[in-house]
Design a protein around this ligand. Structure first.
Ligand code: FES
Length: 145
């Protein structure tokens, strides 16, 4: 798995992490192309099913990046997202997956460096875990009719 490049989905709050990613870009701070950003109005809009669906579709890791604790523009969105991420981590553990495939991260709009550092660190963590069990063919996903 020397050349393994993980697929990572980052649900980023419009007000902070997405802006931080923009800032990283404008400061020419690079971050891994493995990280695919999905902009959301607030991390409170990210439900457990969105994270699970990303994993089911082949993402090797997913993180939810929201405003700093206490700074959510919708008051408690990031707190609710943290609880949902913890719930998904528990589900992954119950399935025998590594819970580290999913994470909650907080940052402000001005933290371009932190955005890039997070993207690098998360990518390295997922590289060490390897592909997710679905994409390895260890688990079959069946449609429910
Ligand atoms: Fe950023 Fe809620 S507005 S996490």
């Amino acid at each position: 798995m020397e050349n393994y490049e993980p697929e990572i989905v980052a649900f980023c709050c419009h007000y902070c992490a997405y802006t931080a990613a923009d800032m990283a870009g404008s400061k020419r701070i690079s971050y891994p192309a493995n990280v695919k950003i999905i902009r959301v109005p607030c991390t409170g809009k990210v439900d457990a099913i969105h994270i699970m669906k990303a994993l089911e579709k082949g993402a090797d890791g997913v993180y939810v990046a929201g405003c700093l604790e206490g700074d959510c523009h919708f008051k408690t969105g990031n707190a609710r997202a943290r609880l949902r991420v913890a719930r998904v981590q528990k589900i992954l553990e119950d399935l025998g997956w590594e819970k580290e495939r999913v994470a909650m991260i907080n940052m402000s709009a001005g933290m371009g460096e932190r955005f890039a550092k997070t993207a690098f660190e998360f990518t390295e963590k997922i590289k060490s875990l390897g592909p997710n069990p679905i994409s390895q063919g260890k688990i079959e996903v069946q449609a429910v009719s």
